[in-house]
Design a protein. Structure first.
Length: 481
C-alpha cells in the first residue's frame, strides 16, 4: 500500500479503508498519542497507537525524531483542532532516534542554537513553515514572469566581470590536484588562475542579463550571487539568491511599475497558498513581540502587514526630497540619526531608510534619482542636472523592517556616455567589450532591477535575521555544511 501525505490525510473524510503514513515522531504521550509530521504541512496528524497490542520493544522506540510508518483507519478525531486521526493497526520503526541525544527536543530552542544545527532545525515547526513559504515564493517568482512572457536566463556563476564595481568578490582559483602552485616564499601562486585569467563568483547577473534583454526583450534571472563583504548584519549574507528582470524599451517609471506589481503578485500568491504556515509565523511573532516594551511593539500583525503592502501604492520619492525630509525631521536631531545626512550626496544608511519607511511614510517607498557618485557605472545619467549635482535613474525599494529590498535602474544606453563613465572610474573597456557591444549595435532604452530573495522571505515570514530564511546560511562565521 502506498503511503499518503499527512496534508492530504488531514483534509480527507473518515473512511473505512486502511491508510498508511510515513513521517517523523514529534511527540509521543501516554504510550498512545503519537504526533506525526512528514513535512507536507505544519500540522501533525495524531496517530492513536494500540498499546495493548504493540510490543513493549516497539513502544520504547517511538521517540521524538524517529522515522516511522503507520497503518490504520482514518477516524473522526475526539481531540480539538483536527477533524481526523489515525487509529493505528500497525506501526514500524524505520529509523531510531536516541531521545537523550536528539538535539531537537520538543521545547522552545533559541534561534542561535537552531542556526548551529541548520541540518536539523528544518524539523521544527518554525523552520518547516519558513522553508515552505520560501519554496512557494520561489515558484511564484517563476509563475509571474512566465505568465508575462519573460524568459528565464541562467547567467554565469564564475565570471571575469565585476558587475557592481564594488570589488567585494570571492576569487575563483583552479588548483591542480598534484600540488598547489607556490611562489618562492611558499605563498599560493594566484597567477595559476581559472583558465589562466582572474575569475570571481558573480555578484550579479545583470550585465549578462542585459545582453539577453537586448535580444529576447524581457528576461529574468534567479540564481545565487556572492558578496565577500564582511558584514555581520541581520540583512547580509555572503551567498544569497537574487532575482533580476531586465526589459528592453522600459524606462525608469516602467521599471518601478514592474517591481511593484511583481512584489505584490508574489506576496499575494504566497498569502493565498501558505495560510497555515503564515498563521503559525504570525503567532510566533506575536509571542516574540510580547517580550518587548509596549512602545516598541508592532501595531500590525504579520498578515495585516502583508495585506497593507498589497492594498497600498508604494510611495515614490526622489532622493533629493528624501534628503530634505531627513534633514527636517526630528529624529535627525537625536543621537541615533544625527550623523551623515548633513548634505546632499551622502549615501543613505539603513537607519535613514528605515526612518523614511517606518516613521515618515509608513509604507514601502521607492526612492529614485540618486546622486551619480554613489551609484554603479551603468546607470542612466539624468539630462539637465546641475554640474556637481548629477543624478542617475536609479531606484531602490525600501520595505518596513527590512530597508532596501530592491536595487535597480534605467541603464545608460548611450555608448559614448557609458564609455566616458567607465574611463572615469577606471573600468577596463577591453574587459567589458561585450557589454559595450550592446550599446554599439542596436542600443535602446532598457531597465531592470535586482530583488534580494532572502530579504523578501524575511518580510513575508516576519523573521528578523536573514540567516533564518536560507537553508544553509553562508556568513563570515558559518560555512561548514
Ligand atoms: O542593490 P544591489 O547590489 O543591485 C545589484 O546587484 C544590481 N545589479 C541589480 C540590478 O539592477 N539588476 O543588489 C540588489 C538586491 C538588494 O536590494 C538586496 O535586496 C539584495 O540584492 N542584496 C543582498 N541580500 C543579502 N545579502 C547581501 N549581502 C546582499 N546584497 C544585496
Ligand atoms: Mg543596492
Amino acid at each position: 500500500m502506498k503511503h499518503t501525505k499527512v496534508k492530504d490525510l488531514l483534509s480527507s473524510a473518515p473512511a473505512l479503508h486502511e491508510v498508511k503514513a510515513k513521517g517523523w515522531v514529534r511527540t509521543f504521550r501516554n504510550n498512545q498519542f503519537l504526533a506525526l509530521n512528514d513535512g507536507s504541512t505544519i500540522n501533525n496528524i495524531q496517530c492513536v497507537v494500540d498499546f495493548a497490542n504493540t510490543p513493549e520493544e516497539t513502544l520504547k522506540r517511538i521517540t521524538t525524531g524517529a522515522a516511522v510508518s503507520v497503518k490504520g483507519h482514518l477516524v473522526e478525531s475526539q481531540g480539538a483542532g483536527q477533524k481526523v486521526e489515525i487509529q493505528v493497526t500497525e506501526i514500524k520503526i524505520l529509523g531510531d532516534s536516541d531521545a537523550e541525544k536528539y538535539p531537537m527536543q520538543p521545547k522552545k530552542h533559541s534561534l542561535e542554537f537552531l542556526r548551529e544545527n541548520a541540518h536539523l532545525r528544518i524539523r521544527t515547526n518554525m523552520f518547516g513553515a519558513i522553508m515552505r513559504v520560501r519554496s512557494t515564493l520561489a515558484f511564484a517568482v517563476h509563475q509571474y514572469f512566465q505568465e508575462k512572457g519573460f524568459f528565464y536566463v541562467n547567467t554565469p556563476i564564475i565570471t571575469g566581470s565585476d558587475a557592481e564595481g564594488a570589488g567585494e568578490m570571492f576569487r575563483v582559483t583552479a588548483l591542480p590536484f598534484d600540488g598547489t602552485p607556490r611562489t618562492e616564499d611558499g605563498k599560493v601562486n594566484f597567477k595559476e588562475d581559472f583558465f589562466g585569467r582572474e575569475t570571481n563568483l558573480t555578484v550579479s547577473g545583470q550585465l549578462e542579463g542585459e545582453t539577453y534583454a537586448m535580444a529576447l526583450g524581457q528576461i529574468y534571472t534567479f540564481g545565487p550571487t556572492f558578496r565577500a563583504e564582511n558584514s555581520n548584519t541581520s540583512r547580509h549574507l555572503a551567498e544569497f539568491w537574487m532575482i533580476e528582470p531586465e526589459v528592453a524599451f522600459n524606462n525608469l517609471a516602467d521599471n518601478m511599475d514592474l517591481a511593484e506589481d511583481f512584489i505584490k503578485y508574489v506576496i499575494k500568491y504566497t498569502v493565498d497558498k501558505c495560510g497555515d504556515d503564515l498563521k503559525f509565523l504570525e503567532q510566533r511573532l506575536l509571542d516574540e513581540e510580547k517580550s518587548k516594551p509596549q512602545a516598541e511593539r508592532s501595531e500590525m500583525t504579520l498578515l495585516e502587514k502583508l495585506s497593507f503592502v498589497l492594498d497600498n501604492n508604494f510611495k515614490r520619492v526622489s532622493y533629493t526630497e528624501a534628503i530634505d525630509i531627513l534633514k527636517n525631521s526630528k529624529p535627525n536631531k537625536n543621537k541615533k540619526f544625527q550623523y551623515l545626512i548633513e548634505e546632499w550626496g551622502a549615501d543613505l544608511q539603513s537607519e535613514h531608510e528605515r526612518f523614511l519607511v517606518e516613521k515618515h511614510f509608513k509604507c514601502p517607498v521607492i526612492l529614485f534619482d540618486y546622486p551619480a557618485k554613489i551609484k554603479a557605472f551603468y546607470m542612466r545619467l539624468n539630462d539637465n542636472t546641475e554640474p556637481g549635482k548629477e543624478t542617475v535613474r536609479a531606484m531602490d525599494i525600501l520595505f518596513p523592517g527590512i530597508g532596501e529590498i530592491v536595487g535597480g535602474s534605467q541603464r545608460e544606453e548611450r555608448y559614448e556616455v557609458l564609455l566616458e563613465k567607465m574611463k572615469a572610474l577606471g573600468i577596463d573597456e577591453k574587459e567589458l567589450y561585450w557589454y559595450l557591444d550592446t550599446r554599439r549595435f542596436g542600443s535602446a532604452v532598457h531597465s531592470g532591477f535586482g530583488l534580494g530573495f532572502e530579504r523578501l522571505v524575511l518580510f513575508v515570514t516576519g523573521m528578523s535575521n536573514i540567516r533564518d530564511v536560507i537553508p544553509f546560511p553562508r556568513t563570515p562565521q558559518n560555512a561548514e555544511f
